[in-house]
Ligand binder design. Sequence first.
Ligand code: UGA
Length: 432
Amino acid sequence: MRITIVGLGTVGLANLAVLAADGAHEMVGYDKDAGRLAALMSGSYHFDEPAIKDIFASHKPLLTADEGLALRESEAFFIAVGTPSLADGRSDLTAFEEALAAIARHASKDAFVVIRSTVPVGTAERAISFLRGASERHFSVISMPEFLAEGSSWSDENMPARLVVGGSEEGIAFIRMLYGRQIAAGTPLIGMSNSSAELAKYAANAFLAMKISYINELARFAERKGADIEDVALALGADPRIGPAMLRPGIGFGGSCLPKDLASFLSQARDAREPLLLPQAAQRINKEQPRFFLRKMENSLGGLANRRIAVLGLAYKGGIDDIRDSLSLGFASSLLRRKAEAVCYDPSPLARADFRKALPKAIIADTLNECLAGADAAVILTDDHAFANLSEEKLVSLMKGRWLFDSRNLFPKGSFVRIAYVPLGRAPSGKP
Ligand code: UGA
């Protein structure tokens, strides 16, 4: 079967790689971005995940920016284009609608259209009517949300915890056939209606967001009451009904998914006049959390003006290159607004380069040492391994001041004596 993946971002590339790895189908990758395609074809594309790069090298799917060539002969289309936020939080469906229109224009056979993009509840129903009016072909529209996290997109897509599939019996049977390897290995396929599958995606991301916001809110309470949030998180996570994932406190959730999906979910709730109070609270807490940590720094240092602050962690989480909707951007901007000197560092060169473009007023250090040199204080914003290995000796020898603020609680109690270590939701230690 000829299968085309439309949109080669994180989701599309992982989707393409997983189906290509089976070697059972003729796989085609289509993207309008000629620069990205050229980089993919020449092998110079920057892959976060080597497994995906290896599959591309060994299975060589056809990659093309030629719409007709990509779409004409295929019997299944996976749409994995971006659905970014509009200013009011709603999802921008321009790329999605363009993809549908292109499929309607070019498809030469009856086909399956599988929606991987995160789209508002009800979009598949509208896609079905659109395709019915725009083409003579029969399309079976399937909603199959992705649940992959950046940095583990290959394993999340190759062996997902579940396959959520909305559509007709015919559509669900098609996915059952295509993902036979995953199902045989134990991945459950949960079949449902298109709108339920669409809602399941928003419900999942909102739930993850609520877990993070809950632990962040608890961290503030723990701090006020002299409790230790890491012990509390351990106690919570040990209950199998709660589970330990997404209970690491910090300055909040960033990235291209959770904030955007939460905003879209809340806008859908407003439109439906069915307020979602818990997700709303998660969003509110997430806005407040960086301010809370900044105030903590400001109070400890007696103001931030003219302080040189080493900002550690620019990507939206540790171990990745992506700064999209990274809370570090807002955090560094707030430091600058308070007239501090923000010297920013991330182990990822790509994250550093993008940060430099996004926030030209910040100083970007090319090495960790350069970032720390002469700083009055350092602040850890992501859980990158590079920061968890920082030693007291290094900090003392490089920095001018003796303050380490750690929003990710990367160090066990008692790790520092000669500097003031200020974690989140637990007692500080050492002294400046
Ligand atoms: C998220 C979800 O985890 C995926 O399941 C989902 O498929 C994906 O969005 C998507 O919709 O495509 P991702 O944004 O890559 O994946 O990253 P996460 O690991 O969920 O982290 C999101 C943010 O929350 C990061 O800023 C991270 O630092 C923060 N976080 C995460 C915490 O502050 N505490 C935690 O315990 C976990």
